[in-house]
Design a protein around this ligand. Structure first.
Ligand code: MEV
Length: 441
């Protein structure tokens, strides 16, 4: 039997300590999860459906594979960045995000769309040295070996060097820690169109023994930093006040409301977390759609939000220009790549990158930053006016209607009632559907 089920005086006890799960054939893995989770055959079929990918492909990507976890892929329209039009693929399960981004981009477009810039694609690799009695002396020793360190690092990635990237410089810091001073060497690496984790980690590991030899210290960690302060993407857009008005509020008041919302986020980390979460709704969706590492982007964004000033702050800034229009800006780390990783092998990610038409990782990063700015604008505008629930409500109501079993035109009719009554709840949806069907007969 595939699953480890042992019996402790009656009911079988499920055990997850299955050694060599990865060695099992796909059929055995499905059998194991079916027994363990008491899954129906149809449920296992759902899990094992690999969509646009072949099972062999996903089986090579990670370990212990049993299937894939599909997400909706939507296209945000209206984006114009540096005068170029883009259709933006967004992979996300949350209703309203794609519509909100498209709507914000439409308003930004009236004033020329998004204007962007970036630093170079520079990442930092960290090498931690401990047990050094003279950390300041060790620092100077390491710095005196700069050129040698750079060539040791660059020998590890001739391809990166060939395309114009590679280790460029080093920085050495003496860090006070609760276990005493540490000497932290930063390898400054130009990653070109790669996200860079593999290149940087390999370089850091190659350099480490030399640092031990020169300083007499002991190396522990050798790893990239996701606080990518040298790989920033920036975007700016103007949102015309006339386009911000609602049925009940003039544009000027909406601008004021958005500025109040921004001030709230800047003053309060409880609000700021949610404000930045709204930014990341847009950013992560494109990062996922292009097969990039969204955990790295999340870690970079939030650590940057705390590092750039005193305390955790907004990733965006909102102001009013001389005409009273709203000006939004964003600046954040954007460690995305086009070569290596899932971006290069995942067929949907590859197609999405082609659809985006980006020619470099830097261009991709700037487009993504623009989506983050658009998303934040859309959220603040909704929050400062009618509130977020109204926009969410009809999509949410559609989900609820489908969940309670509405099909065909029943979905629209259930949604209509739930939204009108502002009761987007499962119990009410069931009642409405039952009434509807009763009236039909
Ligand atoms: C919801 O996913 C995102 C928002 O909460 C963002 C915000 O509050 O700014 C609406």
């Amino acid at each position: 039997m595939a699953t480890k089920l042992s019996s402790a005086g009656g009911a079988p006890v499920k055990r997850s300590d299955i050694s060599g799960f990865y060695k099992k054939s796909p059929d055995e893995r499905w059998q194991t999860i079916r027994e363990f989770g008491e899954l129906e055959p149809a449920e296992v079929d759902t899990i094992r459906n690999t969509g646009a990918l072949r099972f062999e492909q996903v089986d090579r990507m990670i370990e212990n594979v049993v299937g894939t976890m599909p997400l909706p892929l939507g296209i945000a329209v209206n984006f114009q960045v540096n005068g170029k039009d883009y259709l933006i693929p967004m992979a996300i399960e949350e209703p309203s995000v794609v519509a909100a981004a498209s709507n914000a981009a439409r308003i930004a477009r009236e004033h020329g769309g998004f204007t962007t810039s970036s630093t170079g694609p520079i990442m930092l690799g960290q090498i931690q040295l401990v047990g050094i009695p003279d950390p300041n002396g060790a620092r100077i020793t390491i710095l005196s070996h700069r050129d040698e360190i750079l060539s040791i690092a660059n020998e590890k990635d001739p391809m990166l060097v060939k395309v114009g990237g590679g280790a460029r410089d080093i920085e050495v810091r003496v860090l006070d820690s609760k276990r005493g001073p540490m000497v932290i060497t930063h390898l400054v690496v130009d990653c070109r169109d790669a996200m860079g984790a593999n290149a940087v980690n390999t370089m850091a590991e190659a350099v480490a023994p030399h640092l031990e030899k020169w300083t007499g210290g002991r190396v522990y960690l050798r790893i990239i930093s996701n606080l990518a302060v040298r790989r920033l993407a920036r975007s700016r857009a103007v949102f015309g006040k006339e386009s911000l008005k609602t049925d009940t509020l003039p544009g000027e008041e909406v601008v004021e409301g958005i500025l109040e919302a921004y001030a709230f986020a800047e003053a309060d980390p409880f609000r700021c977390a949610t404000h930045n979460k709204g930014v990341m709704n847009g950013i992560d969706a494109v990062v996922v759609a292009t097969g990039n590492d969204w955990r790295a982007i999340e870690a970079g964004a939030h650590s940057y939000a705390a590092w750039k000033s005193n305390g955790y702050r907004s990733l965006t800034a909102w102001e009013k220009d001389a005409s009273g229009n709203l000006v939004g800006t964003i600046e954040l780390p954007m460690a995305v790549g086009l070569v290596g990783g899932a971006t290069a092998v995942h067929p949907t990610a590859k197609a999405n990158v082609k659809l985006l038409g980006v020619k470099s990782a830097q261009e991709l990063g700037e487009v993504i930053a623009s989506v983050g700015l658009a998303q934040n604008f859309a959220a603040l505008r909704a929050l400062a006016t009618e509130g977020i629930q109204r926009g969410h409500m009809s999509l949410h109501a559609r989900n609820i209607a489908a969940t309670v079993g509405a099909v065909g035109d029943e979905v629209d009719r259930v949604v209509e009632v739930l939204v009108k009554e502002r009761k987007v709840r499962m119990d009410r949806a069931k009642e409405v559907l039952t009434d509807l069907r009763a009236k039909k007969h």
